[in-house]
Design a protein around this ligand. Sequence first.
Ligand code: SF4
Length: 676
Amino acid sequence: MSIVSERLTDVVREMFTPQGPLARATPFFQPRQGQTEMAMAVAETLENGGSLVVEAGTGVGKTFAYLVPALLSGERVLLSTATKTLQDQLYARDIPDVLKALGLPLKLAMLKGRGSYLCLQRLELALQSATLPDRQSVKSLAVVQQWARTTLSGDLAEVPALDERSPLIPLITSNRDNCLGSPCPHWRDCHVNLARRDAMAADVVVINHHLFFADMAVRESGMAELLPTVRVVVFDEAHQLNETGIQFLGKQLGGAQLLDLARDLLTAGLQLARGLVDWQTVTAAFEKAVRDWRLVAGKQPPNAKLRWNQPQPQGLDAQDWSEAMQLLKQRAIELQDKLETVVDAAPEFQRLHERLEEVLGLIAHFSDDCVHGSVRWLDVGTHLRCMEAPLDIADVVQNKLLNSQVITAPDADQAPVTRPRSWVFTSATLGSDDTLSWFTEPCGLKNAQVLRVQSPFDYENQAWLYVPRLMVSPKEPGHSAEVGDLALQVARALGGRTLVLTTTTRALRVIAEQLQAAVNDSAELVILAQGQWPKRELMQRFRDANKPGATGTVLVATASFWEGFDVPGDALQAVVIDKLPFPPPNEPLVEARSQRLEAQGRSSFNDYFLPEAGVSLKQGAGRLIRRETDTGALVICDNRLVSTAYGRRLLATLPPMKRLDQLPQLLQALGSITRT
Ligand code: SF4
């Protein structure tokens, strides 16, 4: 690694000057005040240790602002992003670009979860298997087999023909439950192992938040060994840390997981110890207990989440629930007893025995009271899923991360040195107040240094904001239809190029169907709706609609499209938001968070619902202007924004766009940017 003799802050300042190395090496580099300010703050944190939280608006160039000091620091760096797509972009493009510009010969590695890598053992099994899920899987398997001969990384993202939702993927990747570990015949060539080895030998390792927290929870993906050797940790897209973290730091026990276990046990028993145990009878008894357990929850609305503040989930009979859990435990113990008679016969049995231990631990856990500071609920679908999650990650960040033992960096001939670790958390949206409390509070970072860097875009001249004052209230049943009407007028004025963001899947369906019905039988517009294709494909189709001769397109979407939908240029010139994105108050997690605040004497509306809505609104609005040359309109179909005091507070957190009060003004403005 490079050794820096000058102070890092001095070196970084020089890098960002108009005649500095970045400007000389990268023709497109333009010094930007906000970017330099952020880079200097990162450099100071790397010099002194501690935690820095930076909200850097769209267009600041935050990736360069943290990469340059981190790569120049001479320290081992861990970079975590929210998604595998961003991880690929950092690894394949951004970091190599900066390393080249700085002339640094650092070793770079990327580490993903094991589900991203081809498992050679399971590929072999899939090739032998006579039953694949569908014909497409047969074709995809042939492509994967061909690619497997030459790939060095084994990362399935290298196979574009393989849909990320393909049912083949679970058959050719491993999980903790089915990996054979060191007895595996492919252990030496295993892509998961090679990726971990590469990561341990690299100067800069790119991971994702899921992997980071999954490893904290189960310590099996290689991060546990990696973190102690790293002094600089950067979380990009840090706004997702809390929600990602709680998914992994809680506990889950699901019917699907139990049936998988029964199936794996039956397969292993029949293959490796046939005749020694009546495998069919014992696994069938266990499977029946799982099905009986499901029956206790009866018929429920789709995606029901039952609150669980008592020994049994809300609405279920206490005795039926307790008996079903008891039966599950009894059948699991019977399976375990049988397994013990053959456990030394094959490594598969050892692993199955461990899985049963885990299941028994979870049954005991969910038979007891919920852990203090967590919330528990029951998901009811085809299967049951017992869920328990902490309300936030504050404790874990403070006690396990910020206070964790700092690395030592021993050279062969030197005594170990202990130094403070540096943590950088950044995103375009981290809150609405000066302390960024929306982010820092649940992430245990109240004492971190905070920096807010405004977007360099000229919103006043690049964007219009229109709030239809006379539209019916979002609480009225006809609201979605009025949103659909307005979205159609906007899309017609622009010839497509419109993204409609909804807060619910119901509104998505209503609006998409309405638009579809309106343009049916004409070649006027193409209506795309989330769920028709994977997100990447929808984004591509939306961009392609801007090519000469293509039909203008409207995309109606919800949830994940409020962020990470990046369409710069005039392919996207209007974002229509159906209503203020408050969290659903009946969700068990939302309810538990607001109850905790009320119990502390705080207002759940002011301190939770409003900041959550503010951040989501900023993220949705942020889809519109992605470059200095972009123009367009943001339409928010919720008159609470202008008729209530809290609405006006939310409005003030948005970038300073030019306000339009009348629909004709909006349509005229859109007409002025429509291509001829
Ligand atoms: S060690 Fe595990 S992940 Fe690697 S090839 Fe074997 S079964 Fe697959």
